[in-house]
Design a protein around this ligand. Structure first.
Ligand SMILES: Nc1ncnc2c1ncn2[C@@H]1O[C@H](COP(=O)(O)OP(=O)(O)O)[C@@H](O)[C@H]1O
Ligand SMILES: [Mg+2]
Length: 400
């Protein structure tokens, strides 16, 4: 009966005091109140597990106090003490949500037994509540994964369809450029306007192709090439690519790989893509002046690649959407909304997982966990659920 907090509410001190002593001997932590008001004051201050409540008191009646408890502290169980001649109070109390009632004079062992049962019930209720909350969360996650999967299928289908006409537009643009270059068109009126227009078409085609390629890459049947991959070298090389742009914006990229072995069995090209996308996002999130820290950490069978930035952070309402294809907060033309979606696909293929923690105005941390060897690829859980995993972490793990 350790750690159980019990509140005795009775106006008769002569009754309360000896009961308190005996209950304390049994290991209960006892709080006391002489009337309804005191009971409320105690409970506002300290959570209690069980209230032993006298029905007949001056001021608020026990039944009124019971109603208040059930309205304000649902988890607390109440055992009523009624007079011999007023069993009807007890029945009324049970209707109002009391755990049970005992008639005075109270048989001590009987009371202790009832308290034990009340505590047991409140534990069971708490467990049931937890189970229900867990179930609701799982269902929510199922919906998110399914939505992500169907969005993926849809957008890949669109990418396929767009690729063909895009190829034709590209060919035609090349043909126009060829014609414009011919001697017979040397004196064509407004020739440079035509050339500019063709230039714009070419740029737009390039952009559209980047999008379709990224999308198709997401579902590409894994021609993932697993090989011995030195993450330390890979990080250093990839950071090199981003350093120039970062420096121009006053952003420092710090590498923290001390004491890490960093050799894993994975696909270096795909990891490079992941890191590059994360770095690009981090630079964009900072805008100017800040720090990006790229670190490696080893656990027994996995290695973590962490990219942490001091950027704008991600608001809660966006956290569930950032892995969806085409979700972007960047101005038109600046982002594709595919970077994180692509990352999701890659990490799934590599048998890893990604966790994220973010605080608006403070920064964001993306943590990619990769299996170190072929053997451990399997025990990262069901990787189809990777995006679920992400969403799960998002909800429960604010950045430190
Ligand atoms: N490090 C980060 N800090 C803040 N927001 C981020 C970060 N990384 C991604 N995001 C958010 O997620 C969105 C989607 O990212 P991404 O899929 O890479 O597409 P894009 O970068 O093209 O917008 C971004 O537009 C941004 O709102
Ligand atoms: Mg991006």
């Amino acid at each position: 009966m350790d750690n159980i907090r019990l509140l005795l509410v009775d106006d008769e001190t002569d009754f309360r005091a000896p009961l308190k002593k005996r209950l304390q001997k049994r290991g209960f932590a006892i709080l006391e109140a002489g009337n309804g008001d005191e009971c409320q004051a105690v409970m506002e201050d300290t959570p209690v597990d069980v209230v032993v409540l006298d029905v007949k008191m001056p001021g608020m009646s026990g039944i009124e106090v019971l109603e208040w408890i059930k309205d304000n502290h649902q988890k607390t169980e109440v055992i009523l003490l009624t007079g011999h001649s007023s069993a009807s109070d007890g029945v009324e109390g049970i209707k109002q949500g009391a755990f049970d009632y005992l008639t005075k004079p109270v048989e001590f062992d009987h009371l202790v037994q009832k308290i034990g049962q009340a505590v047991e019930k409140s534990r069971r209720d708490a467990e049931k509540q937890q189970e229900a909350a867990f179930k609701a969360k799982m269902e929510q996650q199922m919906i998110s994964t399914e939505r992500l999967a169907s969005l993926g299928t849809l957008s890949t289908g669109i990418a396929h369809e767009i690729d063909n006409p895009l190829a034709i537009i590209k060919e035609s643009a090349e043909y126009m450029r060829l014609l414009l270059g011919k001697a017979e068109h040397a004196d064509m009126p407004r020739k440079s306007d035509f050339e500019n227009a063709v230039g714009k078409i070419e740029t737009a085609i390039e952009r559209a192709k980047r999008i379709t390629h990224q999308l198709l890459g997401f579902v590409r049947k894994p021609e993932t090439f697993f090989a011995e991959t030195d993450l330390k070298v890979l990080v250093a090389e990839t950071v090199e690519f981003a350093v120039k742009e970062a420096e121009n914006k006053g952003i420092q990229i710090v590498q923290d790989m001390a004491g890490v072995n960093g050799i894993i069995w994975s696909d270096p090209y795909e990891i490079r893509q992941v890191l590059f996308n994360l770095l690009t996002n981090a630079i964009a999130a900072i805008g100017s002046d800040g720090t990006i820290t790229v670190s490696l950490k080893d656990t027994d069978s996995r290695t973590m690649l962490i990219v942490e930035d001091t950027g704008e952070g991600i608001p809660k309402e966006n956290l569930e959407k950032i892995f969806e294809p085409f979700f972007t907060t960047k101005p038109p033309g600046m982002g594709t909304g595919l970077g994180l979606y692509v990352i999701c696909g890659i990490i799934e293929r590599l048998g890893g997982k990604i966790d994220i923690a973010s605080r608006v105005g403070k920064g964001t941390r993306f943590q990619v966990t990769l299996p170190r060897s072929r053997e451990t690829c399997g025990d990262m859980g069901d990787n189809k659920d990777i995006c679920v995993d992400i969403l799960n972490k998002i909800k429960g793990d604010p950045a430190k």
